[in-house]
Design a protein around this ligand. Structure first.
Ligand code: GAR
Length: 202
């Protein structure tokens, strides 16, 4: 079984979708460990309620960002993680993690990359006036939301949308495509060639 390490800063609804896909037999994997940079992240509670090891690692407790990341990597390694899944993890991944898990870190972003990378993607899409937005699952590289794209899903932007209603519509698709992307990885069906990810026949 593919062992997942999930990094989450907050609510953890994508973590929940991953755990539900595992329970539902749609994802042959297990969540080996959950790590948050916030002590009160609901993601930690969701993990603990399933007896999944869950740790708060406080970035402020480390003098250098590199030391914080080493601590995260140690914890991931200790739990024999094969794939790192960022699920609402609100920090840029640095060299320590990228070197420890080359092409083995995925992220979900609430926009159609390369549009609207970074924070507040849904609000910025709304303000820009795009007719469609969506979400992207991608491998993580050293840039901000720039890594090879695995799956995307599109949703319409509606006239009455607020950032919240648009975010909710996008979130529904996140919960669908994130487990799907991880399942493709678990099946060994993803091949990265340069910037492009090819999905092999199942
Ligand atoms: C999700 O919409 C995710 O795409 C986004 O944060 C939310 C986390 O929700 N991630 C980013 O914006 C990353 N820059 P969740 O904690 O309920 O999964």
């Amino acid at each position: 079984n593919l062992r997942l390490g999930v990094l989450a800063s907050g609510r953890g609804s994508n973590l929940q979708a991953i755990m539900d896909a595992i329970d539902g037999g749609r994802l042959p994997a297990e969540v080996a460990v959950v790590i948050s940079d916030y002590a009160d992240a609901r993601a930690l509670e969701r993990a603990r309620s399933r007896n999944i090891p869950a740790f708060h690692i406080n970035p402020a407790a480390f003098p250098h960002k590199g030391d914080y990341e080493e601590a995260v990597v140690d914890t991931l390694k200790k739990h024999a993680v094969d794939l790192v899944c960022l699920a609402g993890y609100m920090r840029l991944v640095g060299a320590a993690m990228l070197e420890a898990f080359p092409n083995r870190i995925m992220n979900i972003h609430p926009a159609l990359l390369p549009a609207f990378p970074g924070l507040h993607a849904q609000q910025r899409a709304l303000e820009y006036g795009v007719r469609y937005s969506g979400c992207t699952v991608h491998f993580v590289d050293e840039g901000m939301d720039t890594g090879p794209i695995i799956l995307q899903a599109v949703v319409p932007v509606l006239p009455d949308d607020t950032p919240e209603t648009l975010a909710d519509r996008i979130l529904e698709q996140e919960h669908r495509i994130y487990p799907e992307a991880i399942a493709l990885f678990a099946a060994g069906r993803l091949e990265i060639r340069g910037k492009r990810v090819y999905i092999r026949e199942g």
